[in-house]
Design a protein around this ligand. Structure first.
Ligand SMILES: *[C@@H]1O[C@H](CO)[C@@H](O)[C@H](O)[C@H]1NC(C)=O
Ligand SMILES: *[C@@H]1O[C@H](CO)[C@@H](O)[C@H](O)[C@H]1NC(C)=O
Ligand SMILES: *[C@@H]1O[C@H](CO)[C@@H](O)[C@H](O)[C@H]1NC(C)=O
Length: 619
């Protein structure tokens, strides 16, 4: 009797105590359970022979559920079997019409469309890594990106043929074979490919093409604009791809789910999380060419979408659309992504109903990630000792003036205190490897940090400033170095200033991002000095910038300075410029605004300033 009372008491009291002392105990436990289940699946798959790759999971699904819808795109629908056959045809056409060998890279230059997915599947079946070129890049940057990955073949959508035509001589010199997804092409040196695919057989591709692959082999290259310079090709290994299979599944996505994918497939979020994640769960994807705030919910209703993917800006744009009566009528139950601000999250919920949000932190090339598995608004994740034991990471003190980690008298880094902002670094280990960038040893080295807590140790430098609070919640704070984010893209300031200074009348350009009320990230501003005896030509400035830079990287404002100030360090000066923003009332230097309707830079006025701040001019 005594014992059972005690047992009963403990059954009641212990959970209450747990709830009071460690309020997140059960969430932590559930998260750990998931973490171990994921690891177990991963480890068992890694043991299979012949090697089990991400593409094998797709082949498995196309046998298990051939008739299930895989992709819905512009009123056409493709089952898992359709996708399997279509990719076989592409693979067989590549075998017949190119010299592409297993292990050699092919570049993909297309936007969101089913062919992107089929072509990747085809390349994966042939054992060829794929490099995903961003469809917005042009000329010099495009050539640079293409050269990074040593591709022998480029497969492009017909809409981008003219863009490739511009760099055709360089491609020709390198002996690159260019396939255009069209039935015919008029560009000499290019080959039409759709006709060849249509006449190819859909016979399965022999597994022997993949026999040379190991887990460390590159699977895809995804371009990232890191802290400096031109975009870099982050190498995603086969192991990484295998691990990416788990992302949606571990967030409770199942076969019955319909995933709305409108983020670019050539980026990590769209490809690794949306597409690869779906292959694991056997769900369906509703694919859109690009995000459209006005179409978003109508699409969700029409296709019975249950899971949406976001980057911070996406949910903000949705909240900015005019309110409608049917805002809460949809089947969306889960939103997964990153960059969500607490205030937007609240507004989003109020307006669109009860949707579970899974906010995570990860970078394309990084080796540690966090997911918000508790109900803490604003946090990207939570310190969990087991997670930390598997993926040892730390926040270290960072000197933002000097732009480098603080080091003590022994030359080692110093861990940031709770509540203090620090740089996220994570130890490079076998299960948390850092593969680096293709053909870019110098940039790869720059992301490595040595002698962090012990002489000779090796960490990955994320370039992100985070904060951990007293309750162990992790918050994203800022990025370090010469980069800022706009519309979900990283903008490397040095890359932009290289392009701005190509103009003959520009002497020097200092590029940075300024904040605009009501927007995530920062928009580009270039502070320029004009060459002696020359003057600013607004029209040719616009022409040059529009043809060399993707829209998100184009400086929206130009500030003309007499001479680059000599006092203080470059860094301090930039900080001052950033703080001054873009208000013509505060800035005495001549200020210009990129007016996309006029297709020209125009003098910045108080009216334009007000229109930007109040949102009546859309940026
Ligand atoms: C190629 O040229 C012919 C004749 O000038 C034209 O009819 C056709 O539309 C062109 N095809 C493409 C893909 O540009
Ligand atoms: C969406 O669900 C409704 C009701 O369950 C069903 O009638 C409709 O056919 C579904 N639409 C699609 C595109 O699957
Ligand atoms: C984290 O997830 C919880 C529950 O899904 C949510 O209430 C909270 O707002 C999320 N935080 C962020 C920043 O998304």
């Amino acid at each position: 009797m005594y014992i059972s009372t005690l047992t009963l008491a403990s059954l009641v009291i212990i959970p209450v105590l747990v709830k009071i002392c460690c309020p997140y105990f059960w969430e932590d436990v559930l998260y750990l359970k998931d973490l171990f289940r994921i690891l177990l699946t991963f480890v068992l798959r890694r043991k299979r022979r012949p090697l089990f790759l991400a593409v094998d999971r797709f082949i498995e699904q196309s046998v298990l559920c051939p008739n299930r819808t895989f992709i819905v795109f512009e009123n056409k629908s493709y089952s898992y079997r359709d996708a399997d056959r279509e990719s076989n045809k592409i693979a067989n056409a590549l075998r017949a019409h190119s010299r592409l060998q297993s292990g050699e890279t092919a570049a993909l230059f297309m936007g969101n469309e089913p062919t992107f997915m089929f072509t990747w599947l085809a390349l994966a079946k042939l054992g060829c890594p794929a490099a995903f070129l961003n469809q917005n890049i042009r000329s010099k940057s495009l050539l640079h990106c293409f050269n990074c990955c040593n591709a022998k073949v480029i497969i492009a959508t017909a809409e981008l043929e003219d863009v490739l035509k511009e760099i055709e001589p360089s491609l020709h010199d390198k002996g690159v074979c260019v396939f255009i997804m069209a039935k015919e092409t008029n560009t000499t040196g290019f080959t039409s490919f759709t006709d060849k695919v249509e006449s190819a057989c859909d016979f399965p591709v022999s597994r022997s093409y993949r026999s040379q692959i190991t887990f460390t082999s590159p699977a895809v290259y995804i371009y990232t604009s890191g802290t400096t310079g031109l975009p870099k090709a982050a190498t995603i290994s086969q192991t990484r791809l295998l691990a990416a299979l788990a992302v949606l599944a571990s967030n409770g996505v199942t076969a019955g789910d319909v995933i709305y994918l409108n983020l670019p497939l050539y980026h990590t979020a769209g490809f690794l999380i949306g597409f690869i994640g779906t292959i694991e769960t056997g769900s369906s994807i509703v694919l859109r060419r690009k995000f459209s705030a006005s179409q978003f919910w109508d699409d969700c209703r029409k296709y019975n979408v249950t899971v949406i993917q976001y980057i911070g800006e996406v949910l903000r744009y949705l909240c900015n659309t005019p309110k409608k009566e049917n805002d809460k009528q949809h089947k969306v139950r889960l939103a997964i992504g990153n960059g969500l601000r607490a205030e937007i999250w609240r507004e989003f919920l109020n307006r669109f109903g009860k949707i579970r949000v899974r906010e995570f932190y990860a970078s394309t090339e990084g080796n540690v990630g966090f997911v918000n598995y508790t109900s803490k608004i604003g946090a990207i994740g939570r310190v969990n000792i087991f997670h930390k034991a598997l993926f040892p990471y730390a926040l270290i003190k960072y000197d933002t003036e000097k732009d480098e980690p603080v080091r003590n008298s022994k030359g080692l880094c110093v861990e940031a205190a709770k509540g203090e902002t620090g740089l996220l670094v994570s130890r490079i280990t076998n299960i948390a490897p850092f593969v680096g960038y293709a053909n870019n040893q110098q940039q790869t080295e720059k992301k490595k940090l040595r002698d962090v807590f012990k002489k000779g140790d090796l960490y990955f430098n994320s370039g992100d400033l985070l904060k951990i609070d007293q309750d162990n919640f992790i918050y994203f704070q800022d990025r370090v170095g010469d980069t800022f984010r706009w519309k979900g893209e990283n903008v490397a300031t040095t890359e932009v200033s290289d392009i701005v200074t190509m103009i003959d009348f520009v002497e020097e350009a200092n590029v940075y991002g300024v904040q605009v009320p009501g927007h995530e990230g920062r928009i580009g501003m270039a502070a320029v000095t004009i060459a002696k005896g020359k003057e600013l030509d607004c029209e040719s400035m616009f022409g040059h910038i529009a043809s060399y830079l993707p829209a998100y990287a184009q400086p929206r404002f130009i500030r003309v300075q007499n001479l680059v100030e000599v006092t203080g360090t470059f860094k301090q000066m930039k900080k001052k410029l950033v703080e001054e923003g873009f208000s013509p009332a505060l800035i005495t230097d001549p200020l210009f605004f990129l007016d996309d309707k006029e297709r020209c830079y125009v003098p910045m006025t108080e009216d334009i300033y007000q229109a930007v701040v109040t949102g009546s001019i859309k940026l």
